[in-house]
Design a protein around this ligand. Structure first.
Ligand code: COI
Length: 354
């Protein structure tokens, strides 16, 4: 399929790279493509970034039939641009789509479309340390219909946002609030899909966490409220003794690309890495015994986010000395060095763009 291009009448001023924050600034262009049962995915085009007109009855607005992804483009020291594991995100996009009854996209074509969009927008990719271009591919159901059923038509779009750190804390440790009352997802539900419903389900408890001075919520399983699942925008890791532990994928946890990269890196150092069920009681018991060394989250937006404090059932614990642990620091550095092309790429994770 040929990708059409429609030129913008005027271009935006680029932001100050020293104060980017996350997710508020968008580039000049976006990619769009439509779906209907007769034509399949069609009319791929790069056009000026702007609002989408929708009938007030549009299915996505009422029933949340939508999926999205999050990945980043990085500017290397030589000025080149590269993506980090883009095919893993695109594959997961289709896996999420399967759960939401959204027709699959051609994965190679989506990568091609993304690369074409990035070539147009390459001047938007920031170069200041710790900055990148966040990429948000999304599909929304577009039938104008308020009955509950699967949509027949869809819009696929990719928008781009120059970003700095996701949390105001940057790489400094965050405070996590564990809830044994609210749940994000249950077995058999949508937990492993990257879809709006999971994030909507997280808002109420996250507001409560914020009111208590915590950055994010750590979710326990939706059946027994006992086993750790994930944190609002990240997967979660624990170092107990000399073992790196992360909750195993069980259908209600997002299979994070950064999660997988963390495990691969740590294993390459010879570290024992285990994916298994881990209860909140085990975490607190390990802390009592002095065996809980570090906790950190992983995600595309958050990268590696050390956890300094955690509160569960009224008891707050300090992880290590409350600062950044050595494994978190090493993972952060090695991951960023690969993403920014400062180190070799032993796992073949990066894809050059321009
Ligand atoms: C990401 O890390 O890319 C996400 O999609 C999480 C989102 C809450 C920003």
């Amino acid at each position: 399929m040929e990708i059409a291009f429609r030129k913008a009448d005027s271009l935006k001023n680029h932001p100050d790279q020293s104060s980017l924050g996350f997710g508020t600034i968008f580039t000049d262009y976006m990619f769009n493509m439509d779906y209907n049962p007769d034509q399949g995915w069609h009319n791929p085009r790069i056009e000026p970034y702007g609002p989408m007109e929708m009938d007030p009855s549009t299915i996505v607005l009422h029933y949340g039939q939508t999926i999205f992804e999050g990945l980043k483009a990085y500017r290397t020291e030589s000025g080149a641009v590269q993506l980090f594991r883009p095919m893993d995100n695109i594959k997961r996009f289709n896996q999420s789509g399967d759960k939401l009854c959204i027709p699959p996209v051609d994965e190679e074509f989506v990568l091609h479309a993304l690369v074409e969009l990035l070539k147009v927008e390459k001047d938007w990719i920031p170069s200041a340390p710790g900055t990148s271009l966040y990429i948000r591919p999304t599909i929304v159901a577009t039938d104008p219909y308020v009955g509950l059923r699967v949509s027949q038509t869809y819009r696929f779009f990719i928008i781009l946002s120059p970003v700095g750190a996701y949390y105001p804390e940057g790489f400094n440790p965050v405070k996590i609030w564990v809830t044994s009352k609210y749940v994000r997802a249950v077995r058999g539900g949508l937990g492993e899909a990257k879809t709006a419903a999971n994030y909507a389900a997280s808002l109420y408890a996250t507001e409560m966490a914020h009111k208590e001075g915590y950055t994010q919520v750590m979710w326990l399983d939706g059946v027994e409220l006992k086993y750790v699942e994930e944190v609002g925008s990240m997967n979660i890791f624990f170092i107990i003794g000399d073992e790196l532990i992360t909750p195993m994928l069980n259908g209600s946890i997002l299979a994070g690309v950064t999660r997988n990269s963390v495990m691969t890196l740590a294993r390459s150092w010879g570290m024992k890495v285990t994916e298994r069920k881990i209860s909140i009681d085990e975490v607190y018991a390990a802390n009592e015994k002095g065996e809980l060394k570090e906790i950190f989250g992983s995600g595309t937006a958050a990268v590696i986010s050390p956890v300094g404090h955690m509160k569960f059932d009224g008891t707050e614990i300090t992880i290590g000395d409350g600062g950044v642990g050595p494994v978190s620091a090493r993972l952060f550095k090695e991951l960023m060095d690969i993403q920014y092309g400062k180190a070799g790429d032993p796992f073949g994770w990066t894809v050059p763009v321009a």
